[in-house]
Design a protein around this ligand. Structure first.
Ligand code: JFZ
Length: 460
């Protein structure tokens, strides 16, 4: 791109002459270099990676897990996001380092977790391997600040979970924080964590990136094939040289099939295999930080909390209803996006019972209606107030989530191309009217379902 813009301004006859100038060569070279360093330029996904992207889009629904030594604090009595407690309460590193000593999740039962995930209708898990507090929830050799070396529990929960996932056919992704409030080489500091009194006052950011890349290599080599890496935290130092190209190449070298995504709230950089939206439907920017467009190059995913926190919060009872969460999942599917629903396990290793109930209820719904979600892609009509559409082969699923009594308009469908239009529930025929631009669907009151009235349009 740099080259195109540069050359675009010059006549070709002048280019060779200009190139003879070493100065220009130097400029071009630095241009290449900074592009190279900013992302994995020229990245071409392998066939395996492309297949995994298809798998990912078919999967549609996964469990996000925020679990770390912060879980012990349970949000500290505040309503906020509990995994940020170190920074919210400005807990000095030396004090925070006491937490691993109390982390003993004796009730952690990976088989129970994964069975729950399966019953919930979820196809993958994305778990925090390291959050912003810098504590590795797995067996890391490059730092003792990890679950095996620093906790009385002493077991690698990531490894145990991975084994169980393999057994039960669930893919495992790792959330990995680039931001690190604990590592001394994470310097200069970024936008956050500046109230933590004993953070280092000098450090070598390049050494930090080396450390992070080594930890990533551990995650990519110790546990067999993983689903991918979910990055977060670059936004803390937007202008730093994160050496993304190197990190992404390293991941794709170790595991060409692994999908990389990053929560940087920008359009995907070269080397990234999916785009994510945090607590927002793609393109809707209700949070104020998702103001980029929607990529049509890579799969999409949105993540959402069940209450207001990612990590376990002992006081936050503000749970979203089953209906609300299903609606979000359906609307996400209507954008072609996956739904990654979060739980923050308790410090004893169990999942909050309230969350289990919610997950089971959604799983129940999916048992009946999953056909209209799994394996689907974005339908012909973008999500509207009334609902969303998904499509699979020659079938369009019209998900009516909020029927106001007005006809539902589906543009671009000629009634003569319709083989049938029926209710998902009982196969009875739906009232279809031809309009100038497509069709109108009207639903009698008695056919309206409380969560989602699904109409199945089969094309010839
Ligand atoms: C991030 C994490 O900070 C959070 O703890 C959680 O893991 C979530 C899934 O991802 O959330 C963000 C992302 C970006 C900003 C703040 C929080 N930001 O841009 O300030």
């Amino acid at each position: 791109m740099y080259l195109c813009i540069f050359f675009g301004k010059l006549k070709t006859s002048n280019i060779m002459r200009l190139l003879q100038s070493r100065f220009i060569v130097l400029i071009l070279f630095t241009g290449f270099l900074s592009l190279h360093l900013s992302a994995q330029e020229g990245y071409v996904p392998t066939q395996e990676n492309l297949d995994n992207r298809e798998w990912f889009q078919d999967a549609k629904y996964g469990l996000f897990v925020h679990w770390g030594v912060y879980s012990i604090m349970g949000g500290g009595g505040d309503q906020g996001i509990a995994e940020w407690i170190m920074e919210q309460k400005d807990i000095p590193i030396v004090q925070y380092e006491k937490l691993p000593g109390f982390f003993n999740p004796t009730r952690f039962d990976p088989a129970e977790w994964v069975s729950m995930v399966k019953k919930a209708g979820m196809k993958y898990i994305t778990i925090t391997s390291k959050h912003h507090d810098g504590f590795a929830m797995y067996d890391s050799k490059v730092s003792d600040y990890n679950i095996v070396d620093a906790t009385p529990y002493g077991k690698d929960v990531i490894g145990l979970l991975k084994k169980e996932c393999d057994k039960q056919g669930i893919k495992l992704f790792f959330y990995h924080s680039q931001l690190d409030w604990h590592q001394s080489d994470y310097f200069p500091h970024g936008r956050t964590g500046n109230g933590i009194a004993d953070r280092s006052e000098a450090g070598d950011f390049n050494a930090y990136i080396d450390y992070m890349n080594t930890q990533l290599s551990e995650l990519l080599t110790q546990y067999g094939e993983i689903g991918g890496i979910w990055f977060d935290g670059m936004w803390d130092k937007p202008d730093a040289d994160w050496r993304l190209g190197e990190t992404y190449a390293l991941i794709h070298k170790h595991q060409p099939g692994a999908l990389i995504g990053s929560n940087h709230h920008k359009m995907p950089y070269p080397g990234e295999d999916f785009m994510m939206f945090e607590r927002d439907l793609p393109g809707e920017n209700s949070m104020g930080f998702n103001n980029t467009g929607i990529s049509d190059q890579v799969p999409l995913e949105m993540c959402e909390t069940m209450n207001g926190s990612w990590g376990f919060n002992i006081i936050d009872q503000n749970y979203k209803s089953v209906e609300m969460l299903i609606h979000t999942m359906v609307r996400a599917a209507g954008y072609g996006a996956n739904f990654l629903l979060n739980t923050g396990p308790m410090p004893n290793g169990q999942i909050q019972p309230e969350n289990v109930d919610t997950l089971m209820a959604i799983g129940n719904w999916l048992e009946t209606y999953g056909e209209a979600i799994y394996g689907s892609r974005q339908g012909p009509v973008k999500p509207q107030e009334w609902g969303a559409t998904t499509v699979k082969d020659n079938v369009i699923y019209v998900h009516v989530l909020d029927y106001k009594g007005r006809a539902i308009e589906i543009k671009g469908i000629d009634p003569s191309h319709l083989r049938s239009a029926v209710y998902f529930d009982d196969g009875s025929r739906v009232d279809v009217k031809r309009t100038e631009e497509g069709i109108h669907l009207t639903i009698p009151k008695k056919k309206v379902k409380s969560i989602d009235t699904i109409i199945v349009l089969t094309l010839k």
